[in-house]
Design a protein around this ligand. Structure first.
Ligand SMILES: NC(=O)c1ccc[n+]([C@@H]2O[C@H](COP(=O)([O-])OP(=O)(O)OC[C@H]3O[C@@H](n4cnc5c(N)ncnc54)[C@H](OP(=O)(O)O)[C@@H]3O)[C@@H](O)[C@H]2O)c1
Length: 208
């Protein structure tokens, strides 16, 4: 599958590498332009190329955004229309500034901005070191760490769940995007590496 990555920092590059290892064609992009990413793309594999943000968005059938949340309004809504967008960003007020959420989660704000995209929340709860080092694509799902996902579109969710498996993790569905607050900084599952069995036991005690 063709996958675009917007934000090629610690998270974006790590996930891009896992997708490339699984055989996907990946376009990576950042704020400074493709020239700054040529070496990174070469290191990640022959099926990875550097692109502008708009070209990465247009390239991917699925596009992962891993940028500071405060930048979300720069995500190119036109190029992302009709696509599945995985949001891996988190809101940190010290970095992103004060934002009026009006009772919505930050991923819902991204979904409002990308109103013609199918926005899914995933890959945001795991520290980038864990994400890089604990990928186990050759193990059974029960022997992998979990990556949580949430979203409102069943087909998009199935696609993202498959990509989480390709990346070497076990997908765990947290339900609709409104449940995204259960995956945000400070939540019980945030930055808490766990197996499928541990996640299922924990989720029994969480209120949805
Ligand atoms: N670090 C973690 O362990 C972790 C784990 C889960 C989720 N997250 C979340 O994931 C997001 C990325 O975190 P990170 O640690 O990977 O950050 P990072 O290493 O600082 O990388 C951020 C990337 O986003 C790019 N970027 C910034 N503004 C952009 C824009 N307007 N358009 C396109 N690209 C832009 C940067 O490009 P330039 O380099 O050209 O500026 C850089 O490639 C954050 O929201 C973070 O909270 C982080």
């Amino acid at each position: 599958m063709q996958i675009g990555i917007i934000g090629a920092g610690k998270v974006g590059r790590t996930v891009a590498g896992h997708f490339a290892n699984a055989g996907h064609d990946v376009a990576i992009s950042n704020s400074r332009g493709p020239e700054s990413l040529e070496d990174a793309a070469t290191d990640l594999g022959s099926n990875v190329h550097a692109a502008t943000v708009e070209d990465a968005a247009a390239f991917g059938r699925v596009v992962l955004e891993a940028i500071p949340f405060g930048e979300y309004e720069t995500l190119p809504a036109e190029e992302l229309a009709g696509k599945t967008v995985i949001s891996a960003s988190n809101y940190y007020p010290d970095r992103d500034g004060d934002i009026d959420f009006d009772g919505r989660t930050h991923t819902e704000l991204i979904a409002d901005h990308l109103e013609e995209s199918r926005v899914m929340k995933a890959f945001n709860t795991m520290h980038h070191d864990t994400l890089r080092e604990e990928s186990r694509p050759d193990e059974d799902l029960s022997d992998r760490l979990v990556v949580f996902l949430a979203g409102d579109d069943a087909l998009a969710k199935a696609t993202v769940a498959d990509l989480i498996e390709d990346a070497g993790f076990a997908p765990v569905d947290m339900g609709r995007l409104t449940n995204g607050h259960l995956m945000e900084p400070g939540a019980r599952i945030y930055d808490e590496p766990m197996t499928l069995t541990e996640a299922e036991a924990l989720l029994e005690h969480l209120t949805f």
